[in-house]
Design a protein around this ligand. Structure first.
Ligand code: GLU
Length: 475
């Protein structure tokens, strides 16, 4: 049992070690996979507000068993080397698990983005991108960043443009970064992809009665009580989709300045609008308020979704967490020590490397779209519609030959006749990815007597895939 809290990177390594100990790997390979290959630290100056300000940024490459390496860039004052390395390791395991053909990387800039205006952020981002790109730490074939906490489409567009300016003849320049706006080479469905992935992960979990039973749950997502921590991009989309499409009841929302709770359910859209307008949840009507956000994390519910920072469930509060099912929408929200406590109590944890892999999965589709220089569905859509029209015409001909004794439901006709656009294809690809990855994890979970949890199963599957790549390379 872990008694003192390790660092984030140590926590990831401890979880890795627990799985690796159950695997049969050639000597030395385990260490090769676990260690972070390289972390580049850059300090650069930007002339702002009449003076020169120095910023510190990182890009960590955990594993190059496949290239390019992939992972977001985080803007937060708390960014540090240990965190970036932990996050880059998680990217390696995440990509392997969902079969996105990338190694793992992560970047970060120590900055509070709220302290700067848009023009200043652009200067800072372009300078950071320049420093990384000139060292091939941004490159369509080698290293492809994406959004993370504190960054989004806007920053990705600046990075893409900066790279294009520095590489004017690179026809694949747009593929140097993912998470771009649609009009700058992005893909439909990327913004909400991580939240959508959380929804698909839960749907898949609820398709398996034995898995639900392990968490003492039954039925489907309808009426399940959900507490979400963090209503940022990931938490907001996950909560919104679960509420609007699956009938889940969002009974608690935890934010930086406090928490909201309502056993009858909170309106996710309304809370989000309030949050954007007021910068916090304080004062929101139609809900109970708690200033001690941590206490709501410990409230009774069916599903807990930590979708904010790492380490929020730790040695201090783990024993008080009541949720029987936790899905880690954030990276590393449960420390290794807390994981021990929760596992012992039988809490089912759907681990981060799987649960939040929707983002990188759709990033993969975006990268492929950029390299193929064509929108998904552009060639097939109308042809598919024409073929479906043939079937409908024939059915209608038969119907009239039989005296119109039956007709096609107009709703069926409308749905069937519509060829898939890019968004539908992205959703289909994401859903398929989440289902297959879950099944690969659960197979280990159910088949092996020495594996009692989904996290260890996820590590076993992904370490196995990374090891296979190394073997294929002759290492
Ligand atoms: N930052 C996201 C993550 O942690 C997305 C990474 C990507 O799309 O490359 O998975």
């Amino acid at each position: 049992m872990i008694k003192t809290e390790p660092t984030f990177r140590e926590s990831v390594d401890l979880m890795f070690n627990r799985a690796a100990a159950l695997m049969d790997m050639p000597p030395g390979l385990e260490e090769k996979i676990r260690v972070c290959n390289a972390t580049y630290t850059v300090r650069f100056g930007v002339r702002l507000r009449g003076g020169l300000q120095t910023f510190t940024g990182y890009r960590s490459v955990h594993s190059e068993h496949m290239e390019p390496v992939k992972g977001g860039i985080r803007y937060a004052i708390s960014v540090n080397q240990d965190e970036v390395e932990a996050l880059s390791a998680l990217m390696t395991y995440k990509c392997a698990l969902v079969e996105a053909p990338f190694g793992g990387a992560k970047g970060g800039l120590c900055i509070d983005p709220l302290q700067y205006d848009e023009y200043e952020l652009e200067q800072i981002t372009r300078r950071f991108a320049y420093e990384l790109a000139k060292r091939d730490l941004i490159d369509p074939a080698q290293n492809v960043p994406a959004p993370d906490m504190g960054t989004g489409e806007r920053e990705m567009a600046w990075i893409a443009d900066q790279y294009a300016r520095m590489n004017t003849t690179d026809i694949n320049a747009k593929a140097c970064v993912t998470g771009k706006p649609l009009n700058a080479g992005g893909i439909a469905g990327r913004v909400e992809a991580t939240g959508r992935g959380v929804q698909y992960a839960l749907r898949e979990f609820f398709r398996h009665p034995e898995d639900k039973a392990k968490a003492g749950l039954s039925g489907d997502l309808e009426g399940k009580r959900v507490i979400v921590q963090g209503l940022g991009n990931v938490g907001y989309h996950a909560a919104k989709f679960l509420q609007e499409e699956d009938g889940a009841i969002i009974t608690g929302i935890i934010e930086r300045d406090g928490a909201l709770f309502n056993p009858d359910g909170l309106d996710v859209e309304a809370v989000r609008a309030w949050l954007i307008r007021h910068g916090g949840v304080c004062g929101y009507p139609d809900a109970g308020h708690a200033t001690d956000s941590g206490s709501v994390l410990e409230e009774d519910c069916d599903i807990l979704i930590p979708a904010a920072l790492e380490g929020v469930i730790n040695l201090e509060n783990a024993a008080r967490i009541k949720a029987p099912l936790i899905i880690e929408a954030a990276n590393g929200p449960i420390t290794a020590g807390a994981d021990d406590i929760l596992r012992e109590r039988g809490t089912v944890i759907i681990p981060d490397m799987y649960a939040n892999a929707g983002g990188v999965t759709v990033s993969y589709f975006e990268w492929v779209k950029n390299l193929s220089h064509i929108r998904f569905g552009r060639m097939q859509r109308r042809q598919e519609e024409a073929r479906h029209q043939l079937v409908v015409n024939e059915l209608e001909r038969l119907s009239s030959a039989l005296g119109n004794s039956w007709t096609l439901d107009p709703r069926f006709k409308e749905k069937y006749l519509r060829g898939a656009d890019e968004l539908e294809l992205v959703r289909s690809g994401l859903d398929d990815t989440m289902r297959i990855a879950y099944q690969s994890m659960r197979e280990v979970w159910h088949d092996r007597d020495d594996v009692a949890d989904l996290r260890t199963s996820a590590y076993i599957v992904s370490i196995g895939k990374v090891a296979a790549s190394y073997r294929a390379k002759g290492l």
